[in-house]
Design a protein around this ligand. Structure first.
Ligand SMILES: Nc1nc2c(ncn2[C@@H]2O[C@H](COP(=O)(O)OP(=O)(O)OP(=O)(O)O)[C@@H](O)[C@H]2O)c(=O)[nH]1
Ligand SMILES: [Mg+2]
Length: 314
């Protein structure tokens, strides 16, 4: 490793904000530095608690993240925030709103905030968010909050990078419990019913609890339901308490190791997938690829033979 890279890694581990920001950019732009840096930092990761916060647009995720960050800062814990917006091709729009809201933390060295939007394909975004979480972990952040809008598979892939996943729901707005996305229900370790200042919150919570009764426990953990009014900071202490309880529950073997292995298996598969596609792109030109696809389209070749041909060329 070159000394510049060594210095950079040391600055990151010391929590230097500019060094961290530069590393996130390197990750986003997929420079070769980024990989070398993450390799150097990897041995120092595994300490942070990664909390994923997902839910439909406008449910109050950013407000919750903001309040949770306040809670942890009051306990003198350092915080990293990654706001991921897979629907936006730019770092802007709603995320910009988040940034403005988060400016209450400006000047606080104990908190690092970064927004990420889609660049290229979704798999890339999940990887970039995961790499950034590793980076912040190595930088000594105690808690890493990852916010993402929960609508599709790509987002679910992003929250899977967390140790603990919070699904945010709100009463009303036709967001009926019945219509909850099955995928979101399955990934929740903790449910938050936010905007409990709204009418119908109690009823909504009851219906949610009734549905959860038939959901089986996972490794002895039954997802709790926390009521919040994020704008007022209500229920935040209870939410932090449930996150800590979840962490405690999975802190010991065998639950912890099984989760960790499943987590890294998914990570390895994604990386392998990305690397294979990369290699294919360096060995086979776009026009070669088009020619193969055209042969399949005209039934000159079957798709299995075409893929085998590509693999053979690697
Ligand atoms: N009444 C009420 N409004 C809330 C509550 N929490 C958040 N809001 C408001 O709901 C709106 C959306 O909040 P955000 O925190 O931006 O929601 P989000 O889920 O991050 O939104 P996206 O990132 O755009 O998906 C804002 O106007 C908040 O002030 C709450 O508990 N009660
Ligand atoms: Mg938001």
């Amino acid at each position: 490793m070159t000394t510049t890279l060594e210095n950079w890694a040391a600055q990151i581990r010391a929590g230097d904000v500019r060094a961290i920001a530069r590393a996130v950019s390197a990750i986003e732009n997929q420079t070769s530095d980024a990989e070398a840096l993450l390799k150097a930092l990897f041995p120092y990761t595994g300490r942070a608690c990664r909390v994923g916060i997902t839910g439909a647009p406008g449910t109050g995720k950013s407000t919750l993240v903001d309040r949770l960050a306040d809670h942890y800062r009051a306990e003198k814990k350092s915080v990293g925030i990654i706001a991921v917006d897979p629907s936006s091709p730019f770092t802007g729009g709603a995320i910009l709103g988040d940034r403005i809201r988060m400016q209450g933390h400006a000047g606080d060295e104990g908190i690092f905030i970064r927004s990420m939007a889609t660049r290229g394909y979704l798999g890339g975004l999940a990887q970039a968010a995961g790499d950034t979480a590793l980076l912040l972990d190595a930088a000594g952040k105690d808690t890493i909050l990852v916010e993402t809008v929960g609508v599709g598979q790509g987002e679910i892939e992003i929250v899977r990078l967390a140790d603990c996943t919070i699904v945010v729901l709100v009463p009303g707005m036709g967001d009926d419990v019945q219509s909850l996305k099955a995928g979101l229900m399955e990934i929740a370790d903790i449910f938050v019913v936010n905007k409990c200042d709204r009418e119908g919150a109690g009823q909504f919570e009851q219906r949610l609890r009734a549905i959860l009764q038939i959901v089986p426990e996972c490794d002895g953990w039954k997802p709790p339901v926390v009521r919040t009014v994020a704008t007022e900071g209500q229920g935040i202490d209870e939410l932090a308490h449930q996150i800590a309880a979840f962490r405690q529950h999975f802190a010991s073997a065998p639950n912890r190791s099984a989760r960790e292995i499943a987590y890294w298996k998914e990570w390895l598969l994604r990386l392998l997938h990305a690397r294979l596609i990369e290699r294919v792109a360096t060995h086979i030109s776009e026009s070669d690829f088009d020619a193969l696809a055209s042969e399949v389209a005209t039934r000159k070749k079957d798709p299995y033979a075409a893929v085998n041909e590509i693999l053979y060329r690697l």
